[in-house]
Design a binder for this molecule. Structure first.
Ligand code: ADP
Length: 307
């Protein structure tokens, strides 16, 4: 019986480092190349697993070498891969990332096999999904798969939807079915139409999210931490993050969400604010290291008071 079921994406990150971005039509000599494991679904699942949650990932890989490598990696992370489908004749999702010496980046995502994740795949995984204490979804797989997961899971535990990458018009059923809806500042601005959203104007955004049909809402604000408001009193409460020396904030949101799923499933006695406080600490820890999954801490690296 898993603590956390994630229905989401797996992407291989192909990261090229260069002095600058190429102009249209230009070929540049790069400085360095790295291949990494990414995709919001897998990232969040890996975080929860490293903190000690038993996890199952419902996802879709291609039948290429990237897909085979990813499956092996997920098994090494102790993630249940029984519901990872290998799709024939399609490549594993890739994110082609260019990072310049000045820290600028450009990213092209080709979803590939992630687009094959279907409602049927979710139904096949129903037993695992419904026996989990937390269901975690994002917006990198087809909407129908996410909706099916939220529908079958209703009444079985806490569902969390991370509204990322940013979407303009989120299906109202998603907002209604998610017990917790979590976005970052930029995603919140797009969804609410607010400009220059800040902690001090967060109540306005929260009110808008409630009018859209959300239950509990969380907005993350990078180094400033997160605000949340529950459907009960609808008041935005700020939980600051840790002050750390940030070296790479890629994947901070995924570390936060994976940690949140861990705390809600494994520490049912904690208040939501305490779960957020501890998730801030896990995410803050991740920004002190380079990379995405490589920066997510495991339980043995963390102070015992977090558990
Ligand atoms: P995303 O990665 O989706 O853009 P954020 O940048 O809002 O998400 O970061 C998510 C969480 O990661 C924050 O709520 C905070 O807990 C933590 N975090 C991000 N950047 C920093 C930072 N520079 N210092 C400390 N914590 C950070």
């Amino acid at each position: 019986m898993p603590d956390v079921a994630v229905v989401g994406s797996c992407m291989i990150d192909l990261i090229t480092y260069s002095s600058r971005l190429p102009k249209p039509g230009e070929t540049l000599l790069g400085l360095k190349f790295e291949k990494g494991f990414g995709g919001k679904g897998a990232n969040q699942c890996v975080t929860a697993a490293r903190l000690g949650a038993s996890t199952v990932l419902v996802s879709s890989l291609g039948s290429d070498s990237n897909g085979q490598e990813y499956l092996k990696k997920l098994e090494e992370e102790n993630i249940n891969t029984a519901h990872i489908k290998t799709q024939e004749n399609i490549h594993t999702g890739v994110a082609q990332i260019t990072v310049t010496s000045s820290g600028e980046n450009s990213i092209i995502i080709v979803q590939g096999s992630n687009l094959c994740l279907s409602g049927e795949n979710v139904i096949e995984a129903k037993k695992h999904i419904c026996s989990s204490k937390v269901l975690l979804c994002q917006f990198e797989v087809p909407l129908l798969a996410t909706l099916e997961a939220l529908r079958v899971y209703q009444g079985h535990g806490t569902s969390i939807v991370n509204g990322a990458p940013a979407v303009n018009n989120v299906d109202p059923d998603i907002l209604r079915l998610a017990d917790i809806f979590c976005v970052n500042e930029t995603e919140a601005e797009l969804m609410t139409g607010m400009k220059d959203l800040s902690i001090s104007t967060a109540q306005q955004a929260v009110d808008k999210f409630f009018s859209l049909g959300c239950n509990t809402i969380i907005i993350t604000f990078g180094a400033q931490g997160a605000i949340h408001a529950s459907s009960k009193n609808k008041t935005a409460i700020h939980t600051p993050s840790e002050t750390v020396k940030a070296v790479d904030t890629t994947g901070a949101g995924d570390a936060f969400l994976g940690a949140l799923a861990y705390y809600i499933s494994n520490h049912p006695g904690l208040s939501l604010q305490e779960c957020i406080k501890r998730s801030n600490k896990i995410a803050a820890q991740s920004v002190t290291k380079l990379g995405t999954q490589t920066s997510f801490p495991s339980r043995k690296e963390l102070p015992s008071e977090l558990f």
